[in-house]
Write a protein that binds this ligand. Structure first.
Ligand SMILES: C[S@@+](CC[C@H](N)C(=O)[O-])C[C@H]1O[C@@H](n2cnc3c(N)ncnc32)[C@H](O)[C@@H]1O
Length: 420
């Protein structure tokens, strides 16, 4: 029996690794979630999915002699024993609380909570490139579209904190009371539904600053009404927090919403105090020489300047800005022209770049884009965070992500309330 299970396990592994790049596949998510969570009771949903696959793969071509549950279980045990996760941010073996990571992106919120000895027991993200980055760093493939009931079914019971940086959308609340039912069809509704069903001890929600004034304040009002009155959580007034106050040179304001289940009798919460630590761009700039590809060509720089000059009075510039190394960056934003927003002057290079390296086309002022690694640092990602995607995707992913130190400072206070 054991020999048979080993053969089956190897066959499954071969199948799995041949499909590994298919991060759309619920198998990758179930398998990696299972491997990380197999010793805790909540991992049953993932285990059932992997067992089904083991049986399916091994039964192909041998439908007369399908393998039993017992053999599949043994094969799974064998696979689990072999599992070693060689990633920069593996899950803790000993952890103090469990959390889930919704709208996970590349795991900025996960890193903050994991740094505090949290164990992530479920993640969901539907963008395939973000999933690649997530897997490379955490060894886990997030599940996909969180609005789908079959994805929600994988969420285990009994986790402590729900984390979600959900996209901001309007609610249709005309003439209604502005609560749970009125949020139907939006991603906040899915978050609220999960809170209602799973009853985590606490939640941490993150959003753009504009949520506060969105739809004349109705959106935030509805969110708070739902969380406080329909879901019965203690939710202190949300706070707008700036990343620059927590040790990274980036002016990024985001709204944080925190809540605690009422039966825990937590009736006060203070958001973290600013650190008063002076930070500047030069703290995050690459120390080594940066590839010439990040330097703008003279022609491009000229075009940007002309375009900016033309539109500056209409408030419709190209969105780029040449920053001083002694200052701080504006919020990094994802996609499109956002890439060029934070340009810097790399004084080092202007002084000594070998003539051979600088073609006539590269500007001699030393104006360059910040590199993806510099954007990662602006968001407080450690340097061992792997960047495994193209530059274009990396800018998008870091721009979409969060400033980890601000999240972690808030998360620390949440966890302190929960476990002292
Ligand atoms: C603002 S970003 C969150 C970034 C994340 N907190 C981080 O640290 O990288 C929102 C993310 O939600 C994802 N998303 C949007 N709708 C989704 C859905 N229905 N299911 C799963 N992910 C979704 C987007 O792809 C995006 O990466």
């Amino acid at each position: 029996m054991i020999v048979k299970s080993n053969i089956i396990a190897e066959k499954f592994n071969r199948f799995y690794f041949s499909k590994k790049n298919n991060t759309e596949n619920e198998l990758s998510a179930s398998y990696t979630h299972y491997l990380h969570n197999r010793n805790i009771i909540e991992s049953n949903a993932y285990r059932d999915c992997v067992l089904e696959y083991i049986k399916k793969i091994n039964n192909i071509g041998s439908s007369q002699n399908p393998i039993s549950n017992k053999v599949a279980e043994e094969a799974l045990q064998y696979i689990s024993c072999e599992f070693k996760s060689a990633v920069p941010f593996p899950a803790h073996k000993k952890y103090q609380f469990k959390f889930i990571d919704l709208f996970a992106g590349i795991g900025g919120i996960r890193l903050a909570f994991q740094n505090l000895k949290g164990k992530c027991v479920f993640s969901s993200e539907w963008d395939k490139f973000s999933k690649l980055t997530y897997e490379a760093n955490f060894g886990e493939v997030p599940f996909g579209d969180i609005t789908k009931p079959e994805v929600k079914n994988y969420i285990p019971n009994g986790f402590d904190v729900l984390c979600a940086g959900f996209p901001c959308q309007s609610f249709s609340i005309a003439g209604k009371r502005g609560g749970f039912e009125d949020t139907r069809g939006t991603l906040f509704f899915d978050v609220a539904e999960i809170i209602k069903q799973k009853q985590p001890k606490a939640f941490f929600l993150e959003n753009v600053k504009g949520l506060k004034s969105h739809d004349k304040g109705n959106t935030l009002r509805t969110i708070l009404n739902t969380l406080r009155n329909d879901l019965n959580y203690y939710v202190p007034e949300p706070k707008i927090i700036n990343a620059k106050d927590f040790g990274v040179p980036q002016n990024r304001e985001r709204i944080f919403i925190v809540g605690f289940r009422k039966d825990l009798e937590i009736d006060s919460f203070k958001y973290p105090k600013e650190l008063n630590k002076e930070v500047k761009l030069s703290d995050v700039l690459e120390k080594d020489e940066v590839s010439v590809k990040y330097y703008l060509s003279t022609t491009y720089l000229e075009t940007l300047r002309k375009h900016k000059a033309r539109h500056i009075n209409k408030g419709n510039g190209f969105g780029y800005e040449i920053l001083s190394n002694d200052g701080i960056a504006n919020a990094v934003v994802c996609g499109g022209m956002g890439r060029e927003r934070n340009l810097i002057v790399d004084n080092k290079l202007t002084n000594f770049v070998p003539v051979t390296k600088i073609t006539g086309k590269v500007n001699r002022e030393g104006v360059r884009k910040m590199t993806p690694r510099e954007w990662a640092r602006l968001q407080g990602f450690p340097d061992n965070f792997k960047i495994v995607v193209s530059d274009a995707q990396a800018y998008k992913q870091f721009g979409n992500s969060v400033a980890i130190p601000a999240i972690q400072a808030t998360a620390e206070l949440i966890i302190r309330k929960l476990i002292g």
